[in-house]
Design a protein around this ligand. Structure first.
Ligand code: GCU
Length: 452
């Protein structure tokens, strides 16, 4: 179940019956992904990978570990403030001029893959403009397509989908919260919360969009799969396939997370030209796989003002060195490896997690000095290793402090629903499951300090 696309997962969790891609289509995607995965292993000269953790069966021999006493086989993390030559980073200038680049280079080569030096231009076209009401808020909604220049390889077309809704009555440029959005099949509706004796009379909470509008801000939804497919079978298409002219990736080439983050940056380019949006006050939010992508986007593009990183887990804010919930080996499997650089597979084969030159705390540190909110749920969200994300947030602290900002303010894991919100790294575990939902009000209050 852990490997199914998120909308299928949601159906299992909610019991909602929806149309899915046919079995035949899924089989074909799996087959092509497995072939591409095998090709990458060939390039890396790896014969086999270690098995991932089983998140479904606690009795399986490879059951995911949730025992904290076994969770830290490699407790020593790479020091974000130590240059490779052993010299300590003692001031902000050295961080910006020497250390930050080293960390980015390691993430490029070994983890997320290297974006090509030149990427194709994107021409944004407004395809429709409509007046709408969201809750009680009048908005103007524009649908846009970002046409990616494919003159270098016309057989691949990439049209990025972006929707922007801004308050209709506000005549100045507003902050925008951009979500990396899942695509649900036609006709799919999020199920209404089940009525119980306690909440039967309670009205449904306002949607995140309504909460954003309430602040007087706008919101946008970017569709990552319009930039790059969410499977290995699609790597010869999308923007990765376009720049590679339909050829398979090399071990250092970018994976889907980096490509989705690239697309988020192109949306930000568009906002810089939009008279209704204040591009200096754009927040990025994503959940689960898109929580990973939102963190990568925040880390690599310093124009994003603030990030809401929801349940990002392994490959996101969770330490790769932790044995808890999902592991490096899961992400290196043929179902998910396309998110990462091919080189990442080595750490689930001949090498160990401890051989990674970087870890997730340094990805968070790349966001410094900008505020970043690490969010997770309780029951049903153990797979993301909430504590491993907290530990990464703590370990990013020295970089924030060096840049004159406040870190989490503690190394003690906080009680449920107790936000650590006083610094530029923030953290809160809500009592819902695998969802950003209950943390939206906390995030928006936090963001108000910065986007005002
Ligand atoms: C799987 C995967 C996670 C991912 C999640 C999702 O559970 O193992 O890494 O975050 O899917 O995006 O829904």
């Amino acid at each position: 179940m852990k490997f199914l696309p998120a909308f299928i997962l949601l159906c299992f969790q909610t019991g909602v019956a929806i149309a899915q891609p046919s079995q035949q289509a899924r089989d074909s995607i799996n087959k092509l992904s497995q072939e591409d995965h095998k090709h990458m292993l060939g390039l890396l000269q790896i014969n086999s990978l270690r098995q991932g953790a089983n998140g479904n069966d606690p009795n399986a021999p490879n059951a995911a570990n949730y025992d904290e006493s076994k969770a830290n086989p490699y407790p020593a993390l790479p020091d974000p403030l130590l240059l490779k030559n052993g010299k300590p980073i003692t001031n902000a200038k050295l961080w910006w001029e020497q250390r930050r680049g080293e960390i980015i280079e390691d993430f490029n080569r070994e983890v997320y893959g290297r974006m090509p030096a030149t990427t194709p231009k994107v021409r944004w076209e407004v395809v429709s403009t409509a007046s709408d009401t969201v809750g009680t808020f009048p908005v103007i909604t524009r649908k846009l397509i970002g046409h990616v220049d494919n003159s270098s390889y016309p057989s691949v077309t990439v049209d990025i989908q972006l929707t922007v809704s801004t308050p209709a009555l506000v005549k100045k440029q507003v902050p925008v919260v951009m979500e990396l959005g899942f695509v649900f099949p036609p006709g799919f509706r999020m199920p209404a919360p089940t009525a119980t004796a306690n909440n039967a009379a309670a009205p449904a909470p306002p949607s995140w969009q309504q909460q954003v509008l309430e602040k007087g801000w706008g919101y946008a939804i970017l569709i990552p799969t319009s930039i790059q497919a969410d499977n290995g079978a699609g790597l010869k298409q999308g923007v990765i396939g376009l720049v590679n002219k339909g050829q398979p990736r090399k071990p250092e080439d970018w994976g889907a997370l980096r490509a989705w983050a690239w697309g988020a940056s192109r949306a930000l380019d568009y906002f810089e030209t939009d008279p209704m949006v204040d591009a200096k006050r754009v927040a990025i939010e994503g959940h689960s796989r898109y929580g990973k992508a939102a963190l990568v986007a925040m880390a690599y593009d310093q124009r994003f003002a603030i990030g809401f990183i929801s349940s990002s887990g392994q490959g996101g804010a969770k330490l790769h060195r932790r044995n808890a919930g999902e592991l490096v080996e899961n992400i290196a499997s043929s179902g998910l490896y396309h998110w990462m650089a091919g080189n990442y597979l080595k750490y689930a084969g001949p090498l160990t997690w401890n051989d990674l030159p970087v870890d997730a705390h340094e990805l968070i540190a790349l966001c410094a000095p900008r505020p970043v909110f690490i969010s997770a749920g309780d029951k049903g969200d153990a797979w993301v290793d909430v504590r491993g994300m907290f530990m990464a947030a703590v370990a990013a602290g020295p970089v924030y402090r060096l840049l004159g900002k406040k870190d989490l303010g503690t190394t003690t894991f906080p009680a449920l629903e107790t936000g650590l919100m006083s610094g530029e790294i923030a953290f809160r575990q809500h009592s819902g499951g695998h969802t950003p939902g209950p943390n939206w009000p906390t995030f928006l209050e936090y963001a108000s300090r910065y986007l005002r």
